[in-house]
Design a protein around this ligand. Structure first.
Ligand SMILES: [Zn+2]
Length: 265
């Protein structure tokens, strides 16, 4: 694997409904110069994909007021794309099918181009650990990038998976895993004016007795949690060498880990 920075070989465009607004939004991703990082553009406003620009972590990660950036950022981070301009027409990234697979496919068909500057990895000198109630998130020094995740949702039980970015296949094993939620939770969200675009076409939905629609993997929930975590780690602004151990972690805790890594513990 080359250690030079990468951008897109060509621009691509995707449109779709936002999971919260329910409105059609368009996304245009363009090649960007080396060392520029990933930068969202909304009108004249430029919002670099960096932790200090997080505006919310309750229902997905919002950046400078743009909702649900994590699935798109997960695809760029996992495919090693460092520099991109992302123009957005609305206040939300299109949900597509609720996974990052459509983004991976668009990136792969546009192509990835190597640039001349080297990547500058973040490396850890000591473990960083965050605990909150029964949730835990740890980053340990490691030569590659690995995530070990465990979740537990009552109707389907415990799911645990170890994913190594170098040895594994992000496009096949992680990217297709969709956003999930409980049917009652989705109803409650709709009453708050959120989740208006959520449907069985872009979410894996659970009720008290299990899945309502067919899962793509028997452990799709933990795979999506890994997808989300990778997307949140993209807010480091640089690639990371670490082994991440997560138990029931979510966007808020992931964001806290990013801050702690940047502050060296
Ligand atoms: Zn997600």
């Amino acid at each position: 694997m080359s250690d030079r920075q990468k951008t897109l070989a060509a621009a691509f465009q995707l449109s779709g409904v936002g999971i919260h607004s329910g409105q059609e939004t368009t996304l245009q991703c363009l090649p960007a110069p080396e060392n520029s990082g990933i930068v969202f553009e909304k009108g004249k406003k430029q919002i670099p994909a960096l932790i200090q620009n997080i505006t919310d972590t309750k229902r997905g990660t919002s950046l400078g007021g743009i909702l649900v950036v994590e699935h798109l950022l997960s695809a760029f981070f996992a495919l090693g794309v460092d520099n991109v301009r992302i123009k957005v027409s609305g206040a939300e990234i299109p949900a597509m099918d609720g996974s990052s697979q459509p983004f991976v496919e668009a990136i792969q068909s546009a192509g990835i181009k190597e640039q001349s500057s080297p990547k500058t990895y973040i490396e850890l000198s000591a473990p960083i650990r965050i605990e909150e109630k029964d949730a835990k998130l740890e980053a340990l020094p490691y030569s590659g990038f690995m995530v070990d995740f465990m979740v537990n949702f009552s109707p389907v039980g415990t799911q645990k998976l170890v994913f190594d970015l170098q040895k594994g296949d992000y496009a096949g094993e992680i990217a297709p895993a969709r956003t999930f939620g409980c049917s009652e939770e989705i109803e409650a969200l709709k009453q708050q004016g959120l989740g208006r675009g959520a449907s069985l076409e872009n979410s894996l939905v659970l009720n008290q007795s299990g899945y309502i629609n067919l899962p793509r993997f028997k452990d799709e929930l933990v795979r999506h949690k890994i997808l989300d975590l990778i997307g949140d780690l993209a807010l480091l602004g640089r690639p990371l060498r670490a082994k991440i151990k997560a138990v029931k972690s979510g966007h808020k805790m992931n964001a806290e880990l990013v801050r702690r890594i940047l502050n060296n513990g």
